[in-house]
Design a protein around this ligand. Sequence first.
Ligand code: AMP
Length: 214
Amino acid sequence: MNIIILGPQGCGKGTQAKLLAEKLNLAHIEMGAALREQAKEETPLGEKIDEIINKKGELVPDDLIAEVIREAIRKVPEDKGIILDGAPRKISQIKIVENSFRENNRQLDKVIFINLSEEESINRITKRAHCSKCGKNLIIGKDIDKVDNNCPDCEGGVTQRKDDTMEGLKRRLAIFKQETVPVIKYYEDKGMLMEVDGGQGVEKVFNSITTKLN
Ligand code: AMP
């Protein structure tokens, strides 16, 4: 099974993609994480990506996205399905994803859209943090009091994503509306879309997804 998962910032698509990958034995291709890794490289390309994703909060150019997607899909064993998290994010990327699947004899089965209001998106992102040592996702005000606290599991330092500033978030939400909503509409028109309410808790969202997939 090959699935795409999309949704606005803070909808929990990364969490749900991880859970689905475990349950259905899928390879999880996480575009944002792959790009954040590249942004750490001290190379001209790494610096360019860092500038785009962490400072400007814009979308990375399609030629680079094509390279990342193609390479990631190529590496997945033939007998394993894929959950592609975070692409296509604009109409021009639909072809890129379709071609990458086709080149590897794969067919897209479903597109999951986790919907979330803008208000809840902002609410969640401003509270989002993670442990820089064990990677655990943490919610400020629930798992920790403030970012200066240490990870309750491993005592590692807590940090927030560089692009999770209010200004960066507003820009990314505007891009979502302008560029990604038309992609969602495209798959809806093709009858491939499965919409889930992301305002519920993690377990409920996961149950809704698995029930609808069955
Ligand atoms: P995310 O972790 O999904 O919020 O993605 C973080 C950032 O990576 C985005 O704000 C974009 O700058 C970049 N990014 C992720 N996926 C894509 C994509 N499909 N096309 C262009 N840029 C992307």
